[in-house]
Design a protein around this ligand. Structure first.
Ligand code: PEP
Length: 238
């Protein structure tokens, strides 16, 4: 794995001042690491202005190109604000906003058309895992969320078991490996990253799992010291 990608999902956290403080710390140690910060929309532009060496992503985009869609942000607006990535289909949006895979596919198509790399999230709930439906659920989500134009060069799949997000519970290596193997085959080699309770202590081991090309980090990405441990763990595997 040449240069694993480490993606920070700040969710709905941080004022402008807090964002700048965290982002400056990250930019200070980013070096040649492949880091993407996905902050709230409101701080995208201030971060672009203040920091030249950080790649940025949005946390969502609209399925529409432009027009009368109050409150929405288009893929081309994200691109215009300095983004090169966008997270789509995060389980918090699937669950809390009832986003369906077909909508996520439309958003991903807009992202691709605007030159953004969609990071399409898939993953099973605790209940689905208990019933042994993990691969079936991931398969359905991939089939309906990943647009026809997605390929290994322009998209990323984030495997994020819902039960692992923000809980401190991480799947066994073999479980991540099994899901990743399945996704690689189903998507014809679109790169896969893992997300769910990643921290400085487990990042290196997660990056060693076959077919895992990076990490999507929520809570720990708001703490620059902890995030540094995660970023630094990349060295262990290259
Ligand atoms: C996420 O929400 O994408 C995520 C991985 O969160 P956390 O790292 O906090 O589990």
């Amino acid at each position: 794995m040449p240069n694993p990608i480490i993606i920070a999902n700040w969710k709905m956290n941080c004022t402008r001042a807090e964002s700048l403080e965290i982002a400056r710390a990250i930019a200070g140690y980013a070096g040649n690491h492949n880091i993407v910060v996905c902050p709230p929309f409101t701080v995208l532009f201030p971060l672009v202005q203040a920091l030249k060496n950080l790649k940025l992503g949005g946390q969502d985009c609209s399925a529409h190109e432009k027009g009368a869609h109050t409150g929405e942000i288009s893929a081309s607006q994200l691109k215009d604000a300095g983004c090169s990535y966008v997270i789509l289909g995060h389980s918090e949006r699937r669950r809390n906003l009832n986003e369906q895979s077909e909508l996520i596919r439309e958003k991903a198509t807009r992202a691709l058309n605007s030159g953004l790399i969609p990071i399409i999230c898939v993953g099973e709930t605790a209940e689905e895992k208990k019933l042994g439906h993990t691969l079936e659920i991931i398969g359905e989500q991939l089939l309906s969320s990943v647009p026809a134009g997605a390929n290994p060069g322009n998209a990323i799949i984030a495997y994020e078991p819902v039960w692992s997000i923000g809980t401190g519970v991480v799947p066994k290596d073999a479980e991540v490996a099994q899901a990743a193997e399945f996704i690689v085959r189903a998507t014809k080699n679109i790169p896969i990253i893992y997300g769910g309770s990643v921290n400085g202590d487990n990042a290196a081991d997660l990056l060693k799992i076959k077919n895992i090309s990076g990490l999507l980090v929520g809570g720990a990405s708001l703490n620059p010291k902890e995030f540094w441990k995660i970023v630094n763990s990349v060295n262990v595997t290259v």
